[in-house]
Design a protein. Structure first.
Length: 209
C-alpha cells in the first residue's frame, strides 16, 4: 500500500540529493517495523521519518467497530481499551523500536510524527458516529500522541505534532484532510492527498527543509 503521494516520498522528490527509501507498510505495528522495515538504515543515514503506534493499540479494529456496530457501548469500550493500551503496552514497544533505529542509524535526525485528531469538536453537523463516540476517539488519539511524544523525546528524537495542522480539517469538516469510510476499507481514516501534502509534508518541510 505504498503511495508516491505519501509525504516522505513527496519530500524526497523535492530533495533529489538524498538517496531515499520509502519502506512503510500498511497495517504494520511497531514490532513489524522493527523486524522488517529498518534494513535500509545505516551509519550514513541522515534522516528518518516514521509514524507508528496506532496499529499496536488496535485502532483500525476500533474504528471498524465504531462504524459497523450501532451500539454506543461497543465504540466507547474500544476507544477506552485503545487508550489503556497506549499507556500500558505501547511505551515499551516504542522504546525498543526507537532503540533499534538509533542503533542502526546513530547519526540520523529522526522525526517521529503523531496522529491527527479524526473529528472536529463541534457536536452538530456531523452524521458520522455520535458525539460521545467522536469525542472518545479523539481522546484516544490524544493519549496515543502523548505516549509517542514521551518516548520519542526520551530517545532523543523529535516529535512532530500534526493535530494543530489538521484542526478544522477532520472528518465532517468542509474540506477534510482524512478519508472517511472507503472501499477498499484499508484506505479509511488515513490522510487523503490534502492531508499528506498540507498536513504531514508541510510539517516535515518545516523541520527538515
Amino acid at each position: 500500500m505504498r503511495n508516491t503521494n505519501a509525504f516522505p516520498a513527496r519530500w524526497a522528490n523535492a530533495h533529489p540529493g538524498f538517496d531515499s527509501v520509502l519502506n512503510a507498510c500498511s497495517g504494520a505495528g511497531t514490532e513489524a517495523v522493527r523486524r522488517s522495515q529498518l534494513e535500509p538504515l545505516t551509519g550514513n543515514t541522515a534522516l528518518v521519518s516514521l509514524t507508528a503506534g496506532g496499529n499496536d493499540i488496535g485502532f483500525s479494529r476500533t474504528m471498524t467497530v465504531c462504524v459497523v456496530d450501532p451500539r454506543d457501548s461497543s465504540c466507547l469500550t474500544g476507544a477506552r481499551k485503545g487508550a489503556d493500551q497506549a499507556r500500558t503496552v505501547l511505551p515499551e514497544r516504542l522504546r525498543l523500536l526507537y532503540a533499534a533505529i538509533r542503533d542502526r542509524a546513530p547519526k540520523a535526525d529522526v522525526l517521529v510524527f503523531g496522529y491527527p485528531r479524526f473529528f472536529r469538536t463541534a457536536k452538530i453537523g456531523c452524521r458520522l458516529l455520535k458525539p460521545a463516540e467522536r469525542e472518545a476517539i479523539n481522546d484516544t488519539i490524544d493519549a496515543l500522541n502523548r505516549v509517542i511524544e514521551q518516548q520519542a523525546t526520551a530517545a532523543g528524537f523529535r516529535f512532530v505534532a500534526v493535530s494543530p495542522a489538521f484542526a478544522g480539517h477532520g472528518l465532517c469538516a468542509a474540506k477534510p484532510w482524512l478519508n472517511s469510510v472507503t472501499f477498499p476499507a484499508v484506505n479509511s481514516f488515513h490522510p487523503n492527498n490534502a492531508g499528506q501534502r498540507d498536513g504531514y509534508l508541510a510539517a516535515m518541510t518545516a523541520l527538515a527543509p
